[in-house]
Design a protein around this ligand. Structure first.
Ligand SMILES: [Zn+2]
Length: 353
């Protein structure tokens, strides 16, 4: 299959219509309880048939069952069975489908965590590594693993356990807390959510550069200038006005969604934005916790974590233009006072709920 065909399949398998709880129910119905169990293609198809049959009852106009099953199967095999042995582990299938299902991000983290947690509801490093490894196969399949710190998950596992003070296990709450820092290996998942939400989000504000109103997509608001908003198009293309420099810190807004319906079309997003790397090349790649640098500067990283959790806004500030992604220095200042020393940085605080 050529690259283009591979991209096209994301347009139509529509698993983002599937509610997390419905997915979980179908897994149980098919007795997919042993994660290490290996499923052969016919068993995968049986499960996908149930999924799309149920979805078709809700979305009769959208779902073409045989086509969706075929595309989804193909996608699962691309991600989890690159040698085409015709087998996929139960855990892989669940994580692949849950990652793309419909629901709020936090709820999604919970479902993902639960797949690998012990009956006591906690994960040891090995279980967490399994979860991260299985999840990162998704961007890996898109050839994007490098942007997320490579396919080695050990630094991420270390980062998570460092976050909880090197205990033996992490519980769900701690895992979600850590995920809110957007660790590098997992940042693609919240980014997908934000992008998908931004696709349809409208802001009652006018772009100070091109005058578009309302603005659609991300809205960027200056932290230096009062009442200065920039639309996503002007921001991505680097348009400025005389009074506003691109190096000034901006806040990125995407309207919090009220229903999963708004966060649709991950598949479209994958093709249009994520796959084309626009977001990660044109957009400052800052909203994440760079897991690789943790060993280098523990104290600073720790302060950063504390601050992010306190404020409910993530306010990472990574030195830009250093050309060394993930290895720059991290300042922990917040934006109050608009200190000049922040100027070389391009800051974003992400206000997704
Ligand atoms: Zn504009």
């Amino acid at each position: 299959m050529s690259g283009d065909e591979a991209i096209n399949e994301y347009e139509s398998f529509l698993v983002d219509l599937l509610e997390l709880a419905m997915a979980q129910g179908i897994f149980e119905q098919h007795q997919l309880t042993h994660n290490e169990q290996v499923l052969e293609v016919p068993a995968i198809i049986t499960c996908l048939l149930t999924i799309y049959t149920e979805l078709q009852q809700v979305y009769p106009d959208l779902i073409d069952i045989p086509l969706c099953v075929d595309l989804c199967l193909n996608w699962l095999l691309n991600v989890y069975d690159r040698d085409r042995s015709g087998k996929v582990q139960v855990l892989s299938m669940k994580i692949g489908l849950l990652s793309f299902s419909k629901g709020h991000l936090e709820e999604k983290y919970e479902y993902l965590f639960t797949q690998v947690a012990s009956s006591a509801g906690v994960c040891n490093p090995k279980q967490l590594a399994l979860l991260l490894h299985t999840t990162i196969q998704i961007p890996y399949e898109l050839g994007e693993a490098a942007a997320f710190g490579g396919s080695n998950v050990e630094p991420s596992v270390h980062s998570c356990f460092q976050h909880v003070g090197h205990k033996d296990t992490v519980d769900l709450e701690q895992f979600v807390e850590w995920m809110h820092l957007e660790p590098q290996s997992m940042v693609w998942l919240p980014v997908l959510h934000r992008l998908a939400a931004a696709e349809t989000s409208k802001h009652k504000a006018k772009c100070n550069i091109c005058k578009e109103c309302p603005m659609v997509g991300f809205r960027y608001r200056s932290l230096k200038h009062f009442n200065y908003d920039v639309c996503q198009r002007c921001f991505f293309t680097g348009r400025t006005t005389r009074s506003h420099k691109l190096t000034y810190p901006m806040v990125e807004y995407c309207t919090p969604t009220t229903s999963g319906e708004d966060v649709r079309d991950f598949t479209k997003v994958l093709k249009n934005k994520f796959r084309s790397k626009k977001y990660f090349t044109k957009h400052p790649r800052l909203g994440y916790l760079p897991v690789q640098t943790i060993d280098l500067d523990m104290n600073e990283e720790y302060t950063y974590s504390q601050m992010s959790l306190q404020s409910l806004q993530r306010t990472p500030c990574v030195q830009q233009d250093s050309g060394q992604e993930g290895s720059g220095t991290h300042q922990t200042d917040d934006f109050s006072g608009g200190s000049d020393k922040l100027e070389p940085c391009h800051c974003i605080c992400l206000t997704t709920q």
